[in-house]
Ligand binder design. Sequence first.
Ligand SMILES: Nc1ncnc2c1ncn2[C@@H]1O[C@H](COP(=O)(O)OP(=O)(O)OP(=O)(O)O)[C@@H](O)[C@H]1O
Length: 315
Amino acid sequence: MIRFEGAGRRYGEVRAVRDVSFEVPRGSLCVLLGESGSGKSTLMRMVNRLVEPDAGRVLLEGRDVAGLDPQALRRGIGYVIQSVGLFPHWDVARNVATVPRLLGWDEGRVAARVEELLALVGLDPATFGGRRPATLSGGQAQRVGLARALAADPPVLLMDEPFSALDPATRRGLQAELRRIHRETGKTILLVTHDVEEALALADRIAVMEAGSLAAEGPALAVLGRDAPPAVQRMLRPEALAFQRLGVLPAAAFAEAGPVPGAPGLPGDATLRDALLLMLAEGTDRVSLEGAAPRHLTVAGVLAAPWAETREAGA
Ligand SMILES: Nc1ncnc2c1ncn2[C@@H]1O[C@H](COP(=O)(O)OP(=O)(O)OP(=O)(O)O)[C@@H](O)[C@H]1O
């Protein structure tokens, strides 16, 4: 769907992006991860031609974006940025309606779409549609930004640090919303972050940038594995990475058969981190997993799990 072929860009002496090649498969959520200044935004902005590569090319659905009209290209790609960039004098509904109006949709269709999108991002249309951006919280504004980016139903979404200005709880909530929206809409999403935990929480695939080059790319749990590239290990120590991995590994994949009478119960869709937190809270070394067949997890099982590559679901 999105393919970088030897993409590069210099700014004077700075090689912001150098010889980057990889593909973002259709329908996947790929996170571009890297330290500040590693070239993530520059690479991402090549997709919607806010930056032109001076080496290589970027293909969208097999077509070199250099040959596409930039305005038409951008209307077909949702773009969400950290500062949201809502028009301050327009209410929420009008902000969300920007691209459909540019595309000449009739007013009935625009209104229905605005309502549908505000509901999709978890904002009540009656409450929020008429409000100005200045009256919104950061998290609400970011939801509006996401609704606006999705408005014309573009197959591709580019998201540049969309949640980094938010407090941790709001951020986790919006990450969960984005995962749900991704599942429901099947969009191809490329998202920039410098936060390893966010990458693990969201990504199907991760591309790690280091000093303009691609340091690693592949399925999330494989890239953020025991052999994580130095760029990742500098961002997060291996033991912290192990803990982060607990947060995305499903408890069910590591459960053992058999009941444990009296053990606290864990929902069937819980993660290993949920299992460990329940054990800590209850002062117990095992929990049972709720579901049709009796299963349980032991603390030893949880601690051995983060690097047990062979049993990882989806890796
Ligand atoms: N328009 C520009 N003019 C000059 N230098 C630029 C320009 N855009 C980016 N750079 C330089 O290119 C390098 C990569 O920048 P880029 O914004 O892509 O990094 P990033 O990984 O997205 O960083 P951050 O996480 O801090 O946003 C940096 O050294 C930056 O200073």
